[in-house]
Design a binder for this molecule. Structure first.
Ligand SMILES: Cc1cc2nc3c(=O)[nH]c(=O)nc-3n(C[C@H](O)[C@H](O)[C@H](O)COP(=O)(O)OP(=O)(O)OC[C@H]3O[C@@H](n4cnc5c(N)ncnc54)[C@H](O)[C@@H]3O)c2cc1C
Ligand code: SF4
Ligand code: SF4
Ligand code: SF4
Length: 408
């Protein structure tokens, strides 16, 4: 049976719990809020299946073809709701219009990040936008298998470890399954997210009814964390000031497995299509110069290529680029792990002992210049300076450095 000697050797993908014939594995939260398998030894028959499917031991490699594109969804409303160029939404709409279902990460009614299934185009918006928190997969792999066995088309999207976990659990490639992974800089825990939301609720004295980690009010390059409250108040701050985004980008709060992620690399991806940000879209494709967001796309398999060709004929604009160019400009996290933060372990201890306020006090270093830049941003945007004037290029560079940091 599976044994996790060090936490870094489990990414929480649920493949082991999903395959267990005795249903004796539960994923249980540790003190940081990350889930790990726990085995009921009274029920275990030592069949070894959990160990065999664990993607940390062996990744189900499906890669065949490799092509790279920079692309953007044509529908402006949908594009606005997406973290970068809305390519995931394009894929999702295409799958549903072909009578398929889409599985992705969404917020539930309490803003927990959970994987769920969309059967209609109306539901796709729930998956759009990045949620920089580890999503809860629950028993989604088993549900996907049942749908695949009916012959229905399924699109699964998630982090590379989640896609690898699903493929290992399924044990074979289904021709009616399209997998989409995102390039991943690692995930903070649901506990941190819960405490962040509680902090915002008590600060604003109201319940939250909308969240977007990457709102594009000030453009793609200067996106902000946006929260709307029942009281009508709105919070909008960039990673320069916002604690959740800042802790995500600084790398202080990630799951232990993310610092030595086994799912890095270009040639060995287990998804059909890989998506990531295209911050430098205009460097490679000069006509792609608007600030509405572009997605970098890797086509990894023939299934991915078939899907891609349908999109290119319909809902998106795209340009083929060299893989090396796109990876060196914006794909640093394809090959690299987030740096281990010196205070990574004390961060979560502080979160438990002193709450988010303690973490803000000890680990969020915001200076007067940061507040000044944040406060003049709406003004610069209003008068049209935020993107076009050379004079503020330096300021913009600072925003970018905090948003991108290691995240690019
Ligand atoms: C945790 C995380 C880390 C990332 N790190 C990087 C990075 O280092 N560099 C980079 O270039 N891009 C990174 N991305 C990807 C980037 O933020 C965009 O998602 C990507 O550019 C696709 O954008 P889009 O507009 O096409 O689609 P979007 O509308 O952004 O697509 C959303 C898709 O992401 C999935 N998703 C959202 N949140 C989660 C989650 N918590 N867990 C699993 N799946 C999720 C949804 O299911 C959906 O399929 C990361 C995304 C996440 C969720
Ligand atoms: S060895 Fe078999 S029965 Fe035991 S926990 Fe693993 S999968 Fe379940
Ligand atoms: S990585 Fe996935 S399969 Fe392996 S032990 Fe962790 S949850 Fe189980
Ligand atoms: S960095 Fe690796 S282990 Fe961590 S969530 Fe992303 S794919 Fe999974």
């Amino acid at each position: 049976m599976i044994k996790i000697d060090e936490k870094k050797n489990c990414c929480g993908c649920t493949a082991c719990a999903s395959i267990c014939p005795k249903e004796c594995i539960s994923l249980v939260k540790d003190e940081e809020g990350f889930k790990y398998p726990e085995i009921d030894l009274n029920k275990c028959v030592d069949c070894g299946m959990c160990k065999r499917v664990c993607p940390v031991n062996s990744v189900f490699d499906t890669s065949e073809t490799k092509e790279a594109y920079i692309a953007q969804l044509k529908n402006s409303n949908e594009l606005y709701k997406s973290a970068s160029g809305g390519i995931f939404a394009a894929i999702a709409h295409n799958v549903i219009s072909n009578n398929g279902v889409v599985v992705g990460a969404a917020y539930d009614e309490n803003f927990n990040v959970v994987h769920c299934i969309a059967k209609t185009e109306m539901e796709i918006y729930r998956f759009q936008g990045s949620k920089y928190v580890q999503s809860n997969l629950n028993d989604i792999f088993k549900k996907i298998k049942l749908i695949l066995q009916t012959g229905k088309l399924v699109c699964f999207s998630g982090t590379p470890c989640q896609v690898a976990g699903l493929n290992n659990f399924l044990g074979k490639k289904y021709s009616n399954l399209i997998t989409v992974d995102i390039v991943c800089a690692g995930v903070p825990s649901q506990n941190l997210w819960d405490k962040y939301l509680d902090y915002q609720k008590s600060k604003f004295g109201s319940n939250v009814n909308y969240v977007n980690f990457r709102e594009k009010t000030y453009g793609y390059q200067c996106s902000t964390m946006l929260i709307k409250f029942d009281s009508g108040k709105v919070y909008s701050k960039s990673g320069r000031i916002d604690p959740m985004m800042n802790f995500f980008v600084s790398g202080i709060a990630k799951r232990p497995s993310c610092y030595e992620c086994p799912f890095k690399g270009i040639s060995n991806r287990s998804s059909d299509i890989t998506l990531f940000d295209a911050w430098h879209a205009s460097t490679l494709v000069p006509e792609f110069k608007d600030d509405r967001g572009y997605t970098s796309v890797l086509i990894n398999t023939s299934i991915g290529k078939k899907e891609w060709e349908t999109l290119c004929n319909n809902s998106i604009k795209s340009k083929k680029v060299e893989i090396e160019d796109i990876v060196s400009l914006d794909g640093i996290m394809i090959n690299n792990n987030p740096k281990v933060h010196t205070h990574r372990n004390s961060f979560y201890k502080t979160l438990n002992n002193e709450g988010l306020e303690g973490c803000i006090k000890h680990y969020l270093h915001i200076g007067n210049v940061d507040y000044l830049l944040e406060n003049i941003k709406p003004f610069l945007y209003k008068i049209g300076l935020i993107n076009y004037t050379k004079k503020i290029k330096r300021i913009k560079k600072e925003y970018l450095s905090i948003l991108k940091g290691e995240y690019k």
